[in-house]
Design a binder for this molecule. Structure first.
Ligand code: AMP
Length: 280
């Protein structure tokens, strides 16, 4: 049976559970369950700490896992990223007290950096040929400069508001992170491939919308220029002469800019629908 390690708490828990269910995994989880059998697939979900996922997959306890790319980098385990999942986005950022004039990597030579990612931080500065001392901390990293435990910090940032509140200024990005599906190095086979395909299909679908509209046949070329679709748009004749229905997909981020242009090109009755799964 395939075993799949997923976050049991924290920021990645809820979006990961949503992704698994949308991918077609059917299971009922009680609050304290440590593992659960999936009803419709020969798969067991292991609910673990997000930062234990890499270790469990590397040790062979689990065949697949969901964790943050930052945690994969920090674990240093030889796993492969099977899919980028598009949530849990953040940046591992070097931030300095507002008053400090540090800006470039070289400015950090000889400084102390508080971080929960000492390995990734050490590697980043070593690659740049800059010598720093990392001060490993688990939480409340932002207060380290105030307490004079460190000169600056390297921490995960999404909006940047926590930095601001603590009088810190982001200056360098060490790593762009998001949630990822990981597997042991080597070829992913059997059921793990199928699970990865279903998950990728949901992630791909979230980036697209299905768009349908009616238009005069003569407007199809102009519409096609606006929405090329995956291969080509579907064009079907309507009951009334000279009118067609055009079906296609559009990037979710572009819907807002595409709709007015479609209308201008002659489209009417435009519908935008979510897509559940998309396998290109
Ligand atoms: P947790 O500590 O369990 O809430 O999960 C932490 C993981 O969530 C990190 O390793 C990142 O991959 C991800 N994450 C996304 N945004 C942030 C953020 N602003 N701060 C910390 N972790 C974040």
């Amino acid at each position: 049976m395939l075993r799949f390690a997923v976050p049991n708490k924290g920021r990645l828990e809820e979006p990961s559970a949503t992704l698994l269910r949308e991918s077609g995994l059917s299971y009922e989880k009680t609050e304290r369950a440590l593992s659960v059998r999936v009803r419709n697939i020969d798969l067991e979900l292991l609910f673990v700490r997000t930062d234990d996922v890499c270790e469990l997959v590397a040790d062979g306890v689990a065949d697949l896992g969901i964790t943050g790319l930052d945690l994969l980098a920090e674990a240093g385990t030889p796993l492969q990223v099977v899919a980028e999942l598009g949530y849990g986005r953040c940046r591992l950022t070097v931030a300095v007290p507002q008053a400090m004039g540090l800006a470039e990597v070289a400015d950090f030579d000889g400084l102390r950096l508080a971080t929960s990612h000492p390995r990734t931080t050490g590697q980043f500065f070593a690659d740049a040929g800059v010598s720093v001392t990392t001060v490993p901390l688990r939480g409340s990293i932002e207060v380290a400069p105030k307490l004079d435990v460190a000169d600056a910090i390297v921490d995960l940032v999404s909006s940047g508001s926590t930095l601001l509140v603590n009088g810190l200024r982001p200056v360098l990005t060490v790593l762009e992170s998001q949630a990822v599906l990981v597997a042991p190095a080597g070829e992913v086979t059997g059921l793990a491939t199928e699970v990865a395909t279903m998950i990728r299909a949901v992630v791909a679908a979230r980036r697209k919308r299905y768009v349908l509209m009616n238009a005069p046949a003569g407007a199809v070329a102009a519409i096609e220029d606006i929405i090329p679709g995956i291969d080509a748009p579907t064009v079907v004749p309507l009951a009334h002469d000279g009118l067609v229905a055009v079906h296609s997909t559009v990037d979710s981020d572009e819907v807002w800019s595409v709709l007015p242009r479609l209308k201008q090109a002659g489209a009417s009755g435009i519908l935008v629908l979510p897509i559940q799964q998309l396998i290109p």
